[in-house]
Design a protein around this ligand. Structure first.
Ligand code: GLN
Length: 379
């Protein structure tokens, strides 16, 4: 018999709920992916580069023009210079970058601080490397961080702290205050920060993304992960990147080269060109804020309670006025009987924590949102 290395891991909630949505013909607001088209120009560019023969292995860290434009974009947005030669690697999506960063740093018995609810790919990566997750709960009602608690949780064994802003699944964001606190608490230590910033271009209400790259003292010890899938409505392409100082990136690349070696060549060339025009990603905030607001407007008068959503393309809805059921059961009921699939937030906690909130993805056409809301307001 196989002695599983991940005995507690089953199928991800995203797969389960998307499958259930399909089976019951429900509107799928569960797994986070847009249902609108990728830019025709970007697709044309990929086509062009494929026809031009860009179909063999890319260099292990990514093609230079893409790394160069990532460096430029990061500098323009956050005022920190990363060297494309040694400090930037193109990855097969955010998840691969996160796995690679964790694997390159975490050893047996190292402690890794994780905030809950936490995106589901962090934990298995820590565990496969023999690390020990130290859980800290985000504080209600706004899913904020209690930095005193973080300070207390840090020990001589703390190897890494994983942060995620804008935050999946809650849509909360970290402020400059948060990052200053983190910087202060970890100053002078060797604690590595893994900053999952895949929703860096999706913040609302005038908030600016507080990338770790804006805090040079912190960035000195940090991996920052970003995603082209989120930014260009192309989650299926599995394209992302990681930036980190050369000492960390050298370790990252040792793992990266044997995990995937390199990623899709033609798409890299296309992205390198597409990113030249910053308007191709700068309008995303407005676009998604309108979606968020439209979904909220459609839900006016319903018995769902809207949680504040400052970033990402997710909206948490509180259903405590509708049902006493636990989140998993209620999400199942909504999918099978009401016809709208969502994600129970309780699955993002290692111990059951049922708060009667479900996550809904609003990266959908207005028509899809209208159809979903029509069903939800009846409850
Ligand atoms: N990031 C997506 C979400 O939060 C899921 C990605 C996946 O299915 N692995 O819904």
């Amino acid at each position: 018999m196989i002695n599983s290395k991940l005995p507690n891991v089953g199928t991800t909630i995203f797969t389960i709920m998307s499958k259930m949505a399909e089976e019951y013909n429900a509107i799928n607001l569960s797994q986070g992916f847009p249902d609108f088209e990728v830019s025709a120009e970007l697709i044309e560019l990929i086509n062009k580069h494929m026809k031009a023969g860009k179909n063999q292995y890319a260099p292990m860290p990514g093609i230079m023009p893409l790394r160069e434009i990532i460096a430029e974009k990061t500098y323009n947005l956050y005022s920190l210079k990363y060297n494309p030669e040694t400090e930037i690697t193109v990855t097969a999506g955010g998840t691969q970058a996160i796995y690679t960063a964790i694997t390159s740093i975490v050893r047996e018995d190292d402690e890794v601080i994780v905030f809950e609810p936490s995106y589901d790919c962090y934990l298995p990566a820590i565990e496969l490397n023999g690390g020990r997750p130290i859980f800290i709960q985000l504080k209600q009602p706004d899913y904020s961080i209690d930095w005193n608690e973080v300070q207390k949780a840090i020990s001589s064994r703390t190897k890494m702290i994983i942060i995620n802003s804008p935050h999946n699944p809650t849509g909360s964001i970290m402020t400059a205050f948060d990052l200053e606190k983190l910087s202060k608490i970890t100053a002078g230590s060797n604690i590595v920060i893994l900053s999952d910033e895949v929703y860096e271009h999706i913040l609302f209400d005038g908030y600016e993304h507080q990338s770790v790259a804006r805090f040079p003292k912190l960035a000195e010890r940090s991996f920052i992960v970003s995603s082209f899938g989120k930014t260009f409505h192309a989650t299926g392409w599995k394209m992302g990147y990681c930036v980190a100082p050369a000492v960390l990136m050298a370790e990252f690349r040792k793992v990266h080269q044997f995990l995937v070696f390199s990623v899709n060549t033609a798409i890299q060339y296309a992205l390198a060109e597409f990113l030249q025009n910053e308007n191709n990603y700068k309008g995303l905030e407005k676009f998604y804020q309108e979606k968020r607001d439209y979904f909220a407007k459609l839900l006016k008068g319903s018995r769902f309670g809207l949680k504040p959503a400052s970033g990402t393309y997710f909206q948490l809805l509180d259903y405590s006025k509708i049902s006493e059921e636990k989140e998993i059961a209620f999400a199942e009921y909504l999918t099978k009987k009401v016809g709208v699939a969502s994600i129970p937030v309780s699955v993002f906690y290692h111990k059951t924590f049922d708060n009667k909130v479900l996550r809904f993805c609003f990266a959908k056409s207005n028509e899809t949102l209208e159809k979903a809301a029509e069903k939800l307001i009846k409850l």
